[in-house]
Ligand binder design. Sequence first.
Ligand SMILES: [Zn+2]
Ligand SMILES: [Zn+2]
Length: 280
Amino acid sequence: MRPMTSGASIVDLGKRCGRLVWPPACGVCGGATPAIEPTPGELVSLVAPGGDAELCERCAHALALGADDVVDVCSRCASPVGRFLGGPRCRRCGWCRHRRLGFARAVALGPYEGILAEAVIALKYRNRHALARSMAARLAPRVRSALSSSLPRRPAPVAVAWVPAHWTRRVARGYNQAEMLGSALAKALDVTPLPGGGLARRRRTPALLHLGADDRLAAVRGAFTPRRRARAALAERPVVVLVDDVLTSGATLGACARALRDAGARRVLAAVIARRTTEP
Ligand SMILES: [Zn+2]
Ligand SMILES: [Zn+2]
């Protein structure tokens, strides 16, 4: 049981109590979420993080179903693969076998479809903080297990970074969904983010989805630079969990990972909500 001494806990309690009267809409579809049932005589239970209380029953159920499919993915790029290729011993699937990704491995909640695609869109366009927390809570155990299996002999202090948005986009949208997710994941992992998220975006980059592989790499080359105080932090915490909402070609995450490695990161693990595999 967590003692309620800080101001933050009291604010949190207020929010939780408010939810008894006005249950929030589902972070993904906007539907009604389950009402909180207070336990008589145990008001403190309301302070506990809501978890699935941020999602309606349909979305929570769909996410739980998707969680069963995680073993059959490439451990390096998180692509869905055949049943005998996936899992921790898989080194490289057909897609990433001949690619230099920039990051050591990637963790996703699942393929970019159904509920995960809906969640990514809700996070990107509807400013859903609660949804970011909910996704981060699901990602955290997978990140922890990827970290411990990829660094079994040389565990090192971990930091969290995220793919930065160009300032013009941040101003237009009001937030960066990768930052929202990265901050939530850092909290869920109980690690400190790199100062300012670690990286800055020097210039706006075009949408990469319909570009060829070479054009994508050219579009992001040199687009990211480490923030001034990130180097000092990386000297102390050289393993980085780099967060974005989606991994598609890996060009953006790869460019960010290279910038972090140039600034002193020893190993970079990419963590995303969904793995999109529409390209050949
Ligand atoms: Zn829903
Ligand atoms: Zn792969």
